[in-house]
Design a protein. Sequence first.
Length: 137
Amino acid sequence: MKLGFTRISICLLIIALTLVLVGCGSKTPANSQTIATTATTTATTAATTTPVEAKLFLEITTPVDKSSVASAETTVTGKSLSTAIVSVNGSLVKVAANGSFSSVVQLEVGPNAIQIVASDISGNEIGKVLAIGRTQE
């Protein structure tokens, strides 16, 4: 038994690493061009609107590491991702929409360690430890 196909052809178009199966007849080459253009536009739009996750960072503005203060407290200020979870000495700190944060830390006379940790939703974590000395007032 012999099977015969009349006037049917199949074209494979590779658009943006995607195979698109298009039925192409000999009378509709314009249709193939329209489908290819639409697929290219769709693939380009999808590629440009995919959000890219920003890399986690932690910047400490104050206090300066290995500095001395005379007061019983100091304010830790810095910046990270606006979506980061930040803690100072184990206490969660509110992060503003621009990524800035601030926390008051009580200091004992002598050397003090202040630990700042920022983490993101993916589980990445970055931390810094500051050594701050407090002199007697």
